[in-house]
Design a protein. Structure first.
Length: 438
């Protein structure tokens, strides 16, 4: 077994101090190759065939979430008050402070702002810990499940919806992801916005436009805490400016606000923001000390039971801030080969999301743009096909019926597309031929 995985009594055991074994490369990463001479095969890069909702920039070097536009709003909310502070408030501070201390106030504000912006991009523009998808469901390990489990009748082997693993001596249930076709590692969850399974999933942050996971949580916390410091810094020196105006003109506070309205606006703005980002900082400090994620805190409520990931306050802090950030499991710039002769690949532009290989047991169909096929819709189509086959085998089909033959026996182009996706094209053709003979 791999580094952090052991067997005990038929259960898998994981130690949080060792990394999870890397999953086999998925259809997004498999097929990495060199040159290929087949004219029906096009060479693309993994980020061009990506099935998630991510947005890639600079040839797959930067990985953003689908709501990356919110990043510009966040930058605007950070930069505008700093610009107003440097342009209007700092002038009086520079004149009133001796020994050029006023210049240091402005320089520190600019450096702190640059630090916040850099942390924002480190959080937003990197792989948060995406688990690669599998080509096919994992092999059945002898487990049986109820027929009520979605997709159990069409996904090949019967796979249980959950599986027990051992984490630090405690039993933890891991779920099977029907989209990524894998059992999620402990603390992993599927983000419905980015459409990826993310390792140590914390939450999807709309302010940074990215999931917060194992590979960017450290930068996210530093971004939030640094933003809190920036808000308090501007707030403090705006108050200093108001106090100096009150001393210079021997006036009350409201008169000072009228003489420097920008200071009053910034005091109100930074006070509100400091409550928001400061509260978020305090909440994540609590999560770090107890080794929880936001998702776990709201869903599982470890207060009433033992947290299997809590290894002590000091070790929890060391794990977040001083552990080595694991390498990405995805090679977004690696080359893959895509068959351009397929019915849907030929009609798609080069930059759209293509699949290197069409999985036989997949619930996803890509025609121009990736769309999810509901399990119920597929089961309805399959039940219609099976009912036709059952009538043929049992010989119970009446010779003359009141049905409209064209409406009920003719296979529509939509069903042909779905049948081609799920590998049932030949069966449909045979049944359509039999129906014509009758």
């Amino acid at each position: 077994m791999g580094g952090g995985e052991k067997m005990r009594g038929g259960e898998k055991m994981y130690n949080t101090s060792t990394p999870m074994p890397t999953h086999q490369l998925s259809d997004s990463n498999s097929g990495i190759m060199g040159n290929h001479n087949d004219n029906n095969v096009r060479n693309l890069r993994v980020y061009q065939t990506w099935k998630g909702s991510n947005i890639f920039c600079f040839g797959g070097r930067l990985v953003f979430g689908p709501d990356v536009r919110s990043l510009f709003l966040t930058i605007f909310l950070i930069m505008i008050p700093v610009i107003l502070f440097c342009a209007f408030v700092s002038q009086r501070l520079i004149n009133d402070f001796q020994h050029q201390l006023g210049y240091y106030v402005v320089v520190i504000c600019v450096i702190l702002t640059a630090h916040v912006i850099i942390l924002l991009f480190l959080t937003s523009a990197r792989d948060p810990g995406i688990i690669p998808r599998n080509l096919h469901p994992p092999e059945d390990e002898g487990s049986s499940i109820s027929v009520d489990w979605p997709g159990s009748q069409v996904a090949g082997p019967s796979l249980p919806p959950t599986k027990d693993v051992m984490v630090n001596g405690m039993v933890v249930k891991v779920k099977y992801c029907q989209t990524c076709l894998l059992y999620r590692p402990p603390r992993c969850s599927h983000c419905s916005i980015c459409n990826n399974c993310v390792e140590r999933f914390d939450h999807h942050c709309p302010w940074v436009g990215q999931c917060i996971g194992k590979r960017n949580y450290r930068f996210f916390f530093m971004f939030v805490s640094s933003t809190t410091m920036l808000c308090l810094y501007v707030l403090a020196f705006c108050w200093v400016n108001i106090r100096k105006i009150m001393g210079a003109y021997h006036c009350n506070m409201w008169t000072a606000f009228l003489k420097s309205p920008v200071s009053g606006i910034l005091i109100l703005y930074t006070f509100i923001c400091a409550w928001f980002v400061g509260g978020l900082t305090a909440f994540h400090l609590y999560l770090i000390f107890t080794n929880q994620t936001t998702y776990e805190n709201f869903r599982y409520r470890y207060d009433g039971k033992m947290n299997p990931y809590n290894i002590g306050c000091i070790r929890n802090v060391l794990e977040v801030f001083f552990s080595k950030i694991p390498k990405s499991k995805n090679k977004f710039r690696a080359k893959v080969r895509v068959k351009s002769s397929s019915s849907y690949a030929s009609s798609m532009p080069l930059g759209d999301s293509l699949s290197p290989e069409v999985p036989k047991r997949s619930f996803n169909i890509e025609v121009g743009k990736r769309q999810a096929v509901a399990d119920e819709d597929f089961e309805d189509i399959q039940s219609q096909i099976d009912s036709v086959g059952g009538l043929e085998r049992c010989g119970t089909q009446p010779r003359h019926t009141n049905w409209d033959r064209k409406a009920n026996w003719e296979i529509t182009p939509d069903i042909h597309v779905l049948a081609a996706e799920f590998g049932m094209e030949s069966g449909l053709a045979d049944r359509q031929k039999i129906s014509r003979d009758h």
